[in-house]
Write a new protein. Structure first.
Length: 359
């Protein structure tokens, strides 16, 4: 069974909430970084060497540009990587210089938490590996001008810093798994809500919630588009004669016929009862009429078994309309419905569109 239509059902709302959490953390960290860097430049520009002052100013400007880039593009990963790399360099510089009264080691404890929250487990671990190795080199490597810390202070810092990294990584790992589980459950529930349980086709709600909005945002993938409204002829009489179980069998058999005669990219939906809607992306009215007529003939020639050695045939009536712009969708459905009514009035087993009529 063709399930291509399900690709339009996503967990966008769940992913958006997670992105907002990461963005809020990054912006908070960026704000404090800007305040800290600016304060350092203003209060110490007469003490710092010119290259250090320039580096701090460039860092400030880069962070601001990154935030502006995010507002323009929404690309969180790129700006998070840049900002976290800048903060990484600042932390390493802070450890190198010792900060005020050699308290630098206490100020880098936040970095693992923010790295994992904003960059995720893989990229966060990569930056933390750089920081950890750089810190070890400055604390235990050869003296190349870095400040010297006490042995007790160093041992306590490394133990604490290692634990912060470990528990931050564990937290991020299970947070990611929980997020994925929630996303999977949400996706299943959304797909169930948008699927007709009998035929496995999309339902009417899917058409209006997921396809209609895309006609504006992804017009090039859909337009021009034709709408087919299909009604199985004399379906009530069939139910009364053969029973509702056989009526369900007919609906399933007709669904199979749709898959046989239509493209995988065509959107097939059970619109209600014995009525179906077919959306033909990138199809003119002339093309749609030809497709509909082939489908009508195919259906009328098929036999559906209802007992041993016994079968019946069914027919369908089809109304067609087309649209060039997304805002014409409701109008096109109304026109297709009017044409379906005309097909019924003409005696059923008829295709009607504004292109021409064939019986």
């Amino acid at each position: 069974m063709d399930q291509n239509w399900l690709a339009a059902v996503t967990t966008k709302t769940v992913d958006t909430a997670d992105k907002q959490r990461r963005a809020f953390t990054l912006f908070t960290m960026a704000f404090f970084a800007l305040v800290l860097i600016t304060s350092l430049v203003i209060s110490n520009f007469h003490i710092y060497e010119m290259p250090l002052t320039v580096m701090l100013i460039v860092s400030d400007i880069t962070i601001v540009l990154c935030l502006l880039y995010y507002f323009k593009t929404g690309n969180l990963m790129i700006i998070a990587s840049i900002i976290m790399s800048i903060v990484l360099l600042l932390c390493i510089s802070l450890i190198y210089t010792g900060g005020k009264e050699n308290t630098a080691l206490y100020w880098v404890m936040f970095y693992p938490v923010v790295s994992y929250v904003t960059l995720g487990l893989m990229f966060g671990s990569a930056l933390l590996a750089v920081m950890y190795i750089s810190t070890l080199l400055m604390l235990f490597g050869p003296n190349f001008g870095q400040v010297q810390y006490g042995d007790v202070e160093v041992s306590r810092f490394l133990a604490s810093f290692t634990l912060v990294i470990l528990f931050s990584a564990i937290s991020e790992y299970f947070r990611k798994k929980s997020h994925q589980k929630i996303a999977d459950i949400t996706l299943i529930e959304k797909r169930d809500a948008l699927t007709d349980p009998l035929t496995g086709l999309a339902n009417r709600r899917y058409i209006y919630e997921h396809i209609q909005p895309r006609l504006d945002t992804e017009a090039n993938s859909y337009l021009p588009m034709s709408v087919l409204l299909i009604d199985l002829d004399n379906f009530k009489m069939l139910n009364d004669t053969y029973g509702h179980d056989f009526g369900d069998q007919v609906l399933i058999a007709f669904t199979s016929m749709l898959h046989d005669k239509l493209r995988g990219t065509d959107i097939k939906a059970r619109y209600g009862g014995e009525e179906f809607m077919i959306l033909l992306p990138k199809a003119s009215l002339k093309t749609a009429h030809g497709v509909a007529e082939k489908l009508r003939a195919y259906v009328s020639n098929k036999q559906i078994a209802y007992d041993v050695g016994q079968s019946i045939s069914i027919t369908c009536s089809i109304g067609i309309a087309s649209l060039e712009h997304g805002n014409q969708f409701s109008k096109a459905i109304k026109q297709a419905d009017d044409n379906l009514y005309r097909a019924k009035a003409k005696g059923r087993n008829v295709v009607v569109s504004d292109f021409h009529e064939v019986s």
